[in-house]
Design a binder for this molecule. Sequence first.
Ligand SMILES: NS(=O)(=O)c1ccc(NC(=S)OCCc2ccsc2)cc1
Ligand SMILES: [Zn+2]
Length: 261
Amino acid sequence: TSNCWGYGEDDGPFFWHKGYPIAQGNRQSPINIVTSETVYDSSLSPLIVSYEHCTSISISNNGCSVAVEYADTEQGPVIEGGPLSDAYRLKQFHFHWGHKDYHGSEHTVDGKTYASELHLVHWNTSKYQTFREAAAASDGLAVLGVFLEAGEEHQGLLKITDALNMVKFKGRTADLKEFNPKCLLPKNLKYWTYPGSLTTPPLHESVIWIVFEEPIEVAKKQMEKFRMLLFSQEEEDEKFMENNFRPPQPLKGRQVCASYN
Ligand SMILES: NS(=O)(=O)c1ccc(NC(=S)OCCc2ccsc2)cc1
Ligand SMILES: [Zn+2]
Protein backbone atom coordinates (compact mmCIF):
# COMPACT_ATOMS: atom_id res chain seq x y z
CA THR A 1 0.00 0.00 0.00
CA SER A 2 1.55 3.32 -0.99
CA ASN A 3 1.36 5.08 2.34
CA CYS A 4 1.15 8.87 2.37
CA TRP A 5 2.60 8.85 5.86
CA GLY A 6 6.12 8.09 7.01
CA TYR A 7 8.75 9.06 9.55
CA GLY A 8 10.30 12.00 7.70
CA GLU A 9 10.18 15.67 8.64
CA ASP A 10 7.24 16.33 6.30
CA ASP A 11 5.21 13.10 6.70
CA GLY A 12 6.21 12.01 10.21
CA PRO A 13 4.24 11.41 13.45
CA PHE A 14 3.53 15.13 13.98
CA PHE A 15 1.58 15.24 10.69
CA TRP A 16 -0.36 11.97 11.00
CA HIS A 17 -3.36 13.67 12.68
CA LYS A 18 -4.20 15.35 9.35
CA GLY A 19 -5.02 12.04 7.66
CA TYR A 20 -5.89 10.21 10.91
CA PRO A 21 -7.63 12.50 13.44
CA ILE A 22 -7.65 9.61 15.97
CA ALA A 23 -3.93 10.45 16.37
CA GLN A 24 -5.15 12.99 18.97
CA GLY A 25 -7.51 10.46 20.62
CA ASN A 26 -7.76 9.37 24.26
CA ARG A 27 -5.99 6.00 24.05
CA GLN A 28 -3.03 6.52 21.75
CA SER A 29 0.27 4.57 21.84
CA PRO A 30 3.11 4.45 22.65
CA ILE A 31 3.36 5.99 26.12
CA ASN A 32 6.08 6.73 28.65
CA ILE A 33 5.63 4.19 31.47
CA VAL A 34 6.15 5.98 34.81
CA THR A 35 6.98 2.99 37.02
CA SER A 36 6.08 4.81 40.27
CA GLU A 37 2.53 5.34 38.90
CA THR A 38 1.92 1.77 37.74
CA VAL A 39 -0.59 -0.19 39.86
CA TYR A 40 0.01 -3.85 40.81
CA ASP A 41 -3.14 -5.72 39.75
CA SER A 42 -3.34 -9.02 41.65
CA SER A 43 -6.24 -10.08 39.42
CA LEU A 44 -3.85 -10.27 36.44
CA SER A 45 -3.27 -13.98 35.82
CA PRO A 46 0.01 -15.14 34.24
CA LEU A 47 0.29 -14.61 30.52
CA ILE A 48 0.00 -17.91 28.59
CA VAL A 49 2.11 -17.94 25.42
CA SER A 50 1.34 -20.99 23.23
CA TYR A 51 3.73 -20.66 20.31
CA GLU A 52 4.28 -24.41 19.75
CA HIS A 53 2.62 -24.57 16.30
CA CYS A 54 4.49 -21.79 14.57
CA THR A 55 4.19 -21.71 10.80
CA SER A 56 5.91 -18.49 9.84
CA ILE A 57 5.47 -17.78 6.15
CA SER A 58 7.70 -14.90 5.13
CA ILE A 59 9.67 -11.82 6.07
CA SER A 60 8.90 -8.57 4.27
CA ASN A 61 9.89 -4.92 4.05
CA ASN A 62 6.57 -3.05 4.05
CA GLY A 63 8.15 0.38 3.71
CA CYS A 64 7.79 1.31 7.38
CA SER A 65 9.27 -1.75 9.13
CA VAL A 66 10.33 -5.34 8.54
CA ALA A 67 7.65 -7.89 9.45
CA VAL A 68 7.48 -11.70 9.77
CA GLU A 69 4.00 -12.98 8.86
CA TYR A 70 2.25 -16.08 10.21
CA ALA A 71 -0.33 -18.37 8.64
CA ASP A 72 -3.86 -17.54 9.77
CA THR A 73 -4.84 -21.08 10.82
CA GLU A 74 -6.95 -22.44 13.66
CA GLN A 75 -4.07 -24.09 15.50
CA GLY A 76 -1.76 -21.08 15.08
CA PRO A 77 0.33 -19.50 17.84
CA VAL A 78 -1.87 -17.83 20.49
CA ILE A 79 -1.65 -15.90 23.72
CA GLU A 80 -4.25 -15.79 26.49
CA GLY A 81 -4.52 -15.02 30.19
CA GLY A 82 -2.97 -11.92 31.73
CA PRO A 83 -5.31 -9.00 30.96
CA LEU A 84 -6.93 -10.94 28.10
CA SER A 85 -10.46 -12.40 28.29
CA ASP A 86 -10.12 -14.23 24.98
CA ALA A 87 -7.49 -16.04 22.91
CA TYR A 88 -5.49 -13.85 20.54
CA ARG A 89 -3.71 -15.35 17.52
CA LEU A 90 -0.31 -14.16 16.25
CA LYS A 91 -0.55 -12.41 12.88
CA GLN A 92 2.91 -10.88 12.52
CA PHE A 93 5.82 -9.40 14.40
CA HIS A 94 7.94 -6.40 13.43
CA PHE A 95 10.43 -3.94 14.90
CA HIS A 96 11.01 -0.21 15.45
CA TRP A 97 14.54 1.17 15.83
CA GLY A 98 16.72 4.31 15.79
CA HIS A 99 19.67 5.80 13.93
CA LYS A 100 21.89 4.86 16.89
CA ASP A 101 21.60 2.44 19.81
CA TYR A 102 20.63 5.10 22.37
CA HIS A 103 17.09 5.44 20.96
CA GLY A 104 14.58 3.62 18.75
CA SER A 105 11.97 2.10 21.07
CA GLU A 106 8.39 3.42 21.03
CA HIS A 107 7.47 2.88 24.68
CA THR A 108 9.84 4.45 27.19
CA VAL A 109 10.30 3.56 30.87
CA ASP A 110 10.76 6.53 33.21
CA GLY A 111 11.99 8.39 30.13
CA LYS A 112 14.53 5.68 29.20
CA THR A 113 14.63 4.79 25.51
CA TYR A 114 15.93 1.45 24.19
CA ALA A 115 17.71 0.66 20.91
CA SER A 116 14.66 -1.08 19.46
CA GLU A 117 11.22 -2.49 20.28
CA LEU A 118 9.75 -5.75 18.97
CA HIS A 119 5.97 -5.92 18.51
CA LEU A 120 4.18 -9.28 18.32
CA VAL A 121 0.72 -8.49 16.90
CA HIS A 122 -2.20 -10.78 17.85
CA TRP A 123 -5.95 -10.55 17.09
CA ASN A 124 -9.02 -11.74 19.00
CA THR A 125 -10.17 -14.83 17.11
CA SER A 126 -12.81 -15.62 19.76
CA LYS A 127 -14.89 -12.55 18.86
CA TYR A 128 -13.88 -11.50 15.33
CA GLN A 129 -13.65 -13.22 11.93
CA THR A 130 -10.72 -11.33 10.41
CA PHE A 131 -7.72 -9.28 11.51
CA ARG A 132 -9.16 -6.23 9.72
CA GLU A 133 -12.41 -6.51 11.70
CA ALA A 134 -10.52 -7.02 14.96
CA ALA A 135 -8.16 -4.12 14.19
CA ALA A 136 -11.15 -1.75 14.35
CA ALA A 137 -12.58 -3.12 17.65
CA SER A 138 -11.68 -1.83 21.12
CA ASP A 139 -10.67 -5.34 22.31
CA GLY A 140 -9.59 -6.62 18.93
CA LEU A 141 -5.80 -6.67 19.17
CA ALA A 142 -3.16 -7.57 21.73
CA VAL A 143 0.45 -6.57 21.08
CA LEU A 144 3.42 -7.87 23.10
CA GLY A 145 6.20 -5.28 23.34
CA VAL A 146 9.80 -6.42 23.93
CA PHE A 147 12.65 -3.92 24.41
CA LEU A 148 15.97 -4.61 22.66
CA GLU A 149 19.23 -3.24 24.06
CA ALA A 150 22.77 -3.48 22.66
CA GLY A 151 24.79 -6.24 24.31
CA GLU A 152 25.50 -9.90 23.63
CA GLU A 153 24.61 -11.42 20.25
CA HIS A 154 21.06 -12.85 20.26
CA GLN A 155 21.22 -16.37 18.78
CA GLY A 156 17.47 -16.59 18.14
CA LEU A 157 17.45 -13.26 16.31
CA LEU A 158 20.27 -14.34 13.95
CA LYS A 159 17.80 -16.06 11.61
CA ILE A 160 16.00 -12.71 11.25
CA THR A 161 19.04 -10.40 11.03
CA ASP A 162 20.69 -12.75 8.50
CA ALA A 163 17.56 -12.57 6.31
CA LEU A 164 17.36 -8.75 6.25
CA ASN A 165 19.65 -8.44 3.22
CA MET A 166 16.99 -10.33 1.21
CA VAL A 167 14.37 -7.63 1.92
CA LYS A 168 16.51 -4.49 1.62
CA PHE A 169 14.00 -2.63 -0.55
CA LYS A 170 10.39 -1.59 0.20
CA GLY A 171 7.99 -4.21 -1.18
CA ARG A 172 10.47 -7.12 -1.04
CA THR A 173 9.36 -10.42 0.57
CA ALA A 174 11.40 -13.56 1.23
CA ASP A 175 10.49 -17.03 2.53
CA LEU A 176 11.05 -17.50 6.24
CA LYS A 177 9.73 -20.86 7.41
CA GLU A 178 9.22 -22.29 10.89
CA PHE A 179 10.49 -19.29 12.83
CA ASN A 180 9.31 -19.60 16.43
CA PRO A 181 9.34 -16.15 18.09
CA LYS A 182 9.22 -17.62 21.60
CA CYS A 183 13.03 -17.28 21.58
CA LEU A 184 12.61 -13.49 21.28
CA LEU A 185 10.77 -13.14 24.61
CA PRO A 186 12.74 -12.18 27.73
CA LYS A 187 13.34 -14.79 30.46
CA ASN A 188 11.24 -12.86 32.94
CA LEU A 189 7.68 -12.29 31.68
CA LYS A 190 6.85 -9.54 34.19
CA TYR A 191 4.85 -6.98 32.22
CA TRP A 192 2.93 -3.73 32.27
CA THR A 193 -0.44 -3.54 30.51
CA TYR A 194 -2.69 -0.66 29.40
CA PRO A 195 -5.35 0.11 26.74
CA GLY A 196 -3.84 1.78 23.65
CA SER A 197 -3.62 1.94 19.88
CA LEU A 198 -1.68 0.96 16.79
CA THR A 199 1.45 3.14 16.78
CA THR A 200 1.27 3.71 13.03
CA PRO A 201 -1.64 4.78 10.83
CA PRO A 202 -4.51 3.85 10.89
CA LEU A 203 -3.75 4.33 14.65
CA HIS A 204 -6.90 2.32 15.59
CA GLU A 205 -7.58 2.40 19.36
CA SER A 206 -7.93 -1.38 19.40
CA VAL A 207 -4.82 -2.62 21.20
CA ILE A 208 -4.41 -4.15 24.63
CA TRP A 209 -0.68 -3.47 25.17
CA ILE A 210 1.46 -5.94 27.14
CA VAL A 211 5.00 -4.53 27.52
CA PHE A 212 7.67 -6.71 29.14
CA GLU A 213 9.90 -5.00 31.69
CA GLU A 214 13.03 -7.03 30.93
CA PRO A 215 14.81 -6.17 27.66
CA ILE A 216 16.53 -8.77 25.49
CA GLU A 217 20.17 -8.22 24.44
CA VAL A 218 21.20 -8.09 20.79
CA ALA A 219 24.63 -7.39 19.31
CA LYS A 220 25.46 -3.95 17.92
CA LYS A 221 26.19 -5.59 14.55
CA GLN A 222 22.70 -7.11 14.60
CA MET A 223 21.21 -3.66 15.21
CA GLU A 224 23.30 -2.28 12.33
CA LYS A 225 21.70 -4.82 9.96
CA PHE A 226 18.25 -3.28 10.62
CA ARG A 227 19.68 0.14 9.66
CA MET A 228 20.79 -1.05 6.21
CA LEU A 229 17.15 -1.69 5.27
CA LEU A 230 15.56 0.96 3.05
CA PHE A 231 12.26 2.86 3.25
CA SER A 232 12.66 3.25 -0.52
CA GLN A 233 12.09 0.92 -3.47
CA GLU A 234 14.84 -0.19 -5.86
CA GLU A 235 15.47 2.61 -8.41
CA GLU A 236 14.33 5.28 -5.88
CA ASP A 237 16.73 7.55 -3.97
CA GLU A 238 18.15 5.45 -1.13
CA LYS A 239 16.50 6.31 2.22
CA PHE A 240 17.81 4.17 5.09
CA MET A 241 15.10 2.71 7.31
CA GLU A 242 15.77 4.10 10.77
CA ASN A 243 13.97 6.18 13.43
CA ASN A 244 10.73 4.39 12.46
CA PHE A 245 9.28 4.99 15.93
CA ARG A 246 6.41 7.19 17.16
CA PRO A 247 7.21 9.27 20.28
CA PRO A 248 5.23 8.75 23.53
CA GLN A 249 1.64 10.06 23.48
CA PRO A 250 -0.48 11.69 26.26
CA LEU A 251 -1.70 9.20 28.90
CA LYS A 252 -5.12 10.97 29.12
CA GLY A 253 -5.88 9.49 32.54
CA ARG A 254 -5.20 5.86 31.66
CA GLN A 255 -3.92 3.48 34.35
CA VAL A 256 -0.93 1.25 33.64
CA CYS A 257 -1.19 -2.05 35.52
CA ALA A 258 1.79 -4.14 36.61
CA SER A 259 1.67 -7.93 36.65
CA TYR A 260 3.97 -8.03 39.68
CA ASN A 261 4.37 -6.31 42.98
N1 LIG B 1 3.25 -0.83 15.78
S1 LIG B 1 1.94 -1.66 16.13
O1 LIG B 1 2.29 -2.93 16.73
O2 LIG B 1 1.08 -0.82 16.95
C1 LIG B 1 1.06 -2.00 14.67
C2 LIG B 1 0.58 -3.29 14.44
C3 LIG B 1 -0.14 -3.57 13.27
C4 LIG B 1 -0.36 -2.54 12.35
N2 LIG B 1 -1.08 -2.74 11.19
C5 LIG B 1 -1.27 -3.88 10.49
S2 LIG B 1 -0.68 -5.37 10.86
O3 LIG B 1 -2.01 -3.67 9.41
C6 LIG B 1 -2.31 -4.73 8.48
C7 LIG B 1 -3.31 -4.13 7.53
C8 LIG B 1 -4.45 -3.59 8.27
C9 LIG B 1 -5.61 -4.29 8.46
C10 LIG B 1 -6.55 -3.59 9.20
S3 LIG B 1 -5.95 -2.10 9.63
C11 LIG B 1 -4.45 -2.37 8.85
C12 LIG B 1 0.11 -1.26 12.60
C13 LIG B 1 0.84 -0.99 13.77
ZN1 LIG C 1 4.96 -1.73 16.04
